[in-house]
Design a protein. Structure first.
Ligand SMILES: Cc1ncc(COP(=O)(O)O)c(C=O)c1O
Length: 425
């Protein structure tokens, strides 16, 4: 499919969210939200949302308000402003809990992001519960954030790491996982959605097979939370992490959710203010979760921004976002799949992410030429070098969608790639 077919030449519009496309429908009914994103000029196709999402005005407003009229510290102040800020900060925590189906706000730990959340689990739960001879199961497609913290733990404890292979179309192979899992496995840690392939994990099945051998399931939800409705209770996982900045919120704030009983039993990791009960030089006792895991002055305004981001995304509806991005993915895959020098990676039904390679052209050159065409994609290993090794490439080009994208962005991408092919013959 090319732009001449007329399918890709939608124009950018602005306004209130429109109706989502019906399942199976090829055209992407516009969400019409570009006007909410002041950092995206109308002639720029921003296709790097998997790296970080642009921010809608309500998030920018919440951050600005947080610093200009509402700013104060939390938890410690005896004055009204600080008490108000504490209420707002804790309201953000409660909002996150509702958003992902946590039982209580106390199951929500604010972190700096998904990376910190996984390190926290590795260094507290992992360090306490895992010993030499225990095994954990990761997959070939994991982000380095879900590999390296476990290697650090392995070096300290002597645990073994097994790697679940992928299906030919780039999903975590749960049949293989089931066959690999043994009672020695104490943890399965998988990406809910791959940041390179967009493949969506059957998380409920992953939970079933992990629990069948007594292992816990950690889901890296970085790419899932902006694209799928996530309900940790329905998924039946044990740990869930994500980053605020990929969910249209600020950088520097993220979430670790864990079952209350797991958090209760986990020792602290960072020591300092806010995480204590009583400190003496002889001994210190610690606050209950989540405060136990939040040493120091937190990212107060980040929490307010995340609250606004969740309100924004929920206002559109995750089902509508998912359907819309799926339609854009279909258009992109059809258009690129029709070009004989383009290789597509990942499954047909990838969530919002299309990785590809143009034969004979380094992805960085693809990215540079696309940038000249005002199309921003990501080119590189996407912090997934083991996956690149598996795919047999040093890097891929990756287009990833957000609520602000339209068919015209797909058309711009296709035009840009046609230029890449002309330049490189
Ligand atoms: C699947 C996945 N996991 C983890 C991360 C790490 O997120 P952060 O750098 O925000 O901690 C990313 C970011 O690209 C990701 O896509």
């Amino acid at each position: 499919m090319s732009s001449e077919t007329g399918i890709l030449d939608g124009t950018r519009t602005t306004g209130v969210a429109g109706s989502p496309p019906r399942a199976g429908e090829d055209r992407a009914a516009p969400l019409d939200l570009l006007a909410d994103f002041p950092a995206i000029p109308s002639d720029w196709a921003y296709l790097d949302t998997a790296a970080t999402a642009q921010k809608p005005q309500p998030v920018i407003d919440a951050i600005t308000r947080g610093y200009d009229t509402a700013y104060a510290t939390v938890h410690r102040g005896v004055y009204a402003r600080s008490a108000d800020m504490t209420i707002a900060y804790e309201a953000a925590r409660a909002r996150v809990a509702r958003f992902i189906g946590a039982r209580t706000a106390d199951e929500i730990v604010f972190t700096r992001g998904a990376t910190e959340g996984i390190n926290l689990v590795a260094q507290t739960w992992g360090q306490t519960n895992l010993k030499a001879g225990d095994r954990i199961l990761l997959s070939t497609l994991e982000h380095h954030s879900n590999i390296v913290p476990w290697q650090l733990l392995r070096d300290r404890t002597g645990i073994a790491i097994d790697v679940c292979p992928l299906t030919p179309d780039g999903r975590i192979d749960l049949d293989a996982a089931e066959a690999m899992l043994t009672p020695a496995h104490k943890l399965v840690a998988f990406a809910h959605v791959s940041n390179v392939l967009g493949s969506v994990l059957d998380a409920k099945r992953a939970a079933r097979i992990a629990h069948a051998v007594g292992a816990k399931l950690l889901l890296d939800g970085c790419q899932a939370v902006p694209r799928l409705g996530v309900d940790v209770a329905a998924l039946d996982c044990d740990f869930y992490v994500f980053s605020g900045h990929k969910l249209y919120g600020p950088t520097g704030i993220g979430i670790l959710w864990a079952r209350a009983e797991l958090l209760e039993a986990m020792p602290p990791w960072h020591g300092g203010g806010a995480m204590i009960d009583r400190v003496t030089f002889a001994a210190t006792t610690y606050a209950p979760p989540p405060a136990r895991f939040e040493a120091g002055t937190p990212h107060i305004v980040g929490a307010l921004g995340l609250h606004a981001a969740i309100d924004y995304v929920d206002g559109i509806g995750l089902a509508a976002i998912h359907a819309y991005e799926a339609a854009l993915v279909r258009l992109t895959r059809e258009a690129l799949g029709g070009m004989n020098s383009v290789r597509l990676f990942g499954p047909e039904d990838s969530a919002g992410i299309v990785s590809f390679a143009v034969e004979g052209v380094h992805p960085h050159d693809v990215g540079t030429i696309l940038d000249e065409e005002r199309v921003a994609i990501r080119a590189g290993h996407h912090c997934a070098q083991p996956l690149m090794d598996h795919l047999g490439v040093p890097a891929t080009a990756r287009a990833s969608f957000g609520v602000y994208n339209g068919e015209n962005d797909v058309a711009a991408l296709v035009r840009g790639i046609e230029r890449v092919r002309r330049i490189f013959g």
